[in-house]
Write a protein of this length. Structure first.
Length: 450
């Protein structure tokens, strides 16, 4: 065998960061005495023209946000739709009328990712992201450096609602993505858009570190301004009792309960923001008092019937469908998200009301009183749960598995009995959260049909 036939490093750091001359902070993050065993290298790959496009994207959509009102569509929609019909193979030879255009699905993208690439996309800029498939089949999502880097203006837009800004400096750590998994990619990187600020992805699993206290020492030393992750990772982070001063925590991927949010805010003394995002189009909305407040003027949101290609009237609950985005490798027209809500527009800003990861699942008491899972979510949200799975068997027994380091199964049983009017049998289990979890996203299911 050729000695050079093993895995090769595809890019140099200079190729990963063509506009950054000083990579000393990157080397410091990678080589620190407390650094984890990083297993990947990543960079935004932005050249001057691409960086300008990211900044132009921010200026166009976020300096002054313009959405749409009830009964209207965004001013950009017609041109965008016409461009998709003209340049995207998947949308060609279909109805040339947006109002009657069919919906697309995750399965369409999974089977035919290449058909969603615009003929005008620069193939030399192609990047591929492989999803884990935790909520369905695995999916390869195609994008480029500009659409990838555009998540930062989107995050800035969310933080702006809380009067928070990210420091643009080549000697600070801007963002750390926290994981608490058995295995995941980890790396230290920089953001050209943020002036060379550090970007980390770390896994709290002790196996990823050289010494037991290194995760605590490393994070405290570099003190990231923004922590991102899911509720499981954040609860695991609490166990380390870190002395950090983040400006905000941004939770995504799983529903953030009010109990977990309160616990995190009390410890870190900063806002904990529940963010709704999709790999297919990045950040969409964040939780507010009304519902999830939409942040993306470049996305048009509609509500459709779950089973038929029928757009529902304003205010009705159904499946969230998305059109738009800034990715020439995956332009979306009426993409079914698999998430369910109703749409409400207040003062020109859209809100996703009662957003859930699927259409309501109906549970029943022994005497057949129907209980909607939205009502269950609202009550369970008061508890410090990082996540849970709830299933009703054909014999009506409720099986519940929750993830928490604080509450007991008895507390869960007591809460569910109140919801079910003391007319149900419950098998409840609480699993402790560690630094190397294999938990899945929260979900409801039932063997009963109605």
């Amino acid at each position: 065998m050729d000695a050079n036939s093993g895995p090769q490093i595809a890019l140099t750091d200079k190729e990963r960061f063509p506009l950054l001359d000083d990579l000393s902070f990157l080397n410091e993050l990678r080589q620190d005495a407390f650094a984890p065993k990083f297993n990947f290298k990543s960079g935004d790959r932005l050249n001057a023209a691409q960086l300008l496009r990211v900044k132009s994207y921010k200026k166009k959509y976020y300096d002054k946000k313009v959405f749409w009102n009830e009964g209207q569509t965004p001013i950009w929609l017609k041109d965008y739709f016409d461009w998709c019909i003209k340049t995207v193979p998947f949308y060609q030879n279909k109805i040339n009328d947006f109002d009657n255009f069919p919906t697309t699905s995750r399965e369409d993208i999974r089977k035919f990712p290449y058909l969603f690439v615009s003929n005008e996309a620069n193939l030399e800029e192609l990047l591929v992201y492989h999803t884990s498939g935790s909520t369905g089949s695995k999916l390869d999502v195609l994008f480029d450096s500009v659409s990838q880097a555009s998540w930062l203006p989107q995050i800035e837009s969310v933080l702006a609602a809380f009067n928070i800004t990210i420091t643009q400096s080549n000697n600070t750590t801007a963002i750390a993505l926290i994981c608490a998994q058995e295995k995941t990619l980890t790396y230290a990187s920089l953001s050209t858009y943020l002036g060379g600020a550090g970007i980390l992805k770390i896994n709290l699993n002790p196996a990823d570190w050289n010494h037991p206290d290194d995760a605590k020492k490393y994070l405290e030393k570099y003190n990231p301004e923004i922590l991102t992750g899911d509720p499981i990772a954040f609860i695991a982070l609490l166990d380390l009792k870190l002395q950090l001063k983040p400006k905000a925590l941004i939770s995504s991927a799983m529903k953030l309960t009010k109990g977990a949010k309160s616990k995190l805010e009390a410890f870190f003394k900063c806002p904990v923001i529940d963010l709704y995002s999709l790999t297919e189009c990045r950040n969409i909305a964040f939780a507010s008092g009304i519902g999830h407040q939409v942040i993306r003027p470049d996305l048009y949101l509609e509500i459709f019937d779950e089973h038929q290609d029928i757009k529902l009237p304003y205010g009705e609950r159904g499946e969230l469908v998305i059109t738009g985005g800034s990715n020439p490798f995956l332009p979306l027209i009426r993409y079914r998200t698999g998430d369910f809500c109703s749409l409400k527009i207040e003062n020109g800003v859209p809100f996703l009301v009662d957003l859930e990861a699927r259409n309501p699942v109906v549970f029943v008491t022994k005497s057949d009183l129907k209980i909607n899972n939205i009502d269950i979510s609202n009550r369970l949200s008061e508890l410090p749960l990082a996540g849970f799975k709830m299933h009703q068997r054909k014999d009506k027994v409720i099986e519940f598995v929750g993830y928490s380091n604080e509450i007991t199964s008895h507390e869960i049983v007591d809460t569910l009995r109140i919801i079910f009017k003391n007319d149900i049998e419950i098998d409840a289990e609480i699993q402790k959260i560690a630094q190397n979890n294999t938990t899945e996203k929260s979900k409801y299911s039932s063997d009963l049909t109605f």
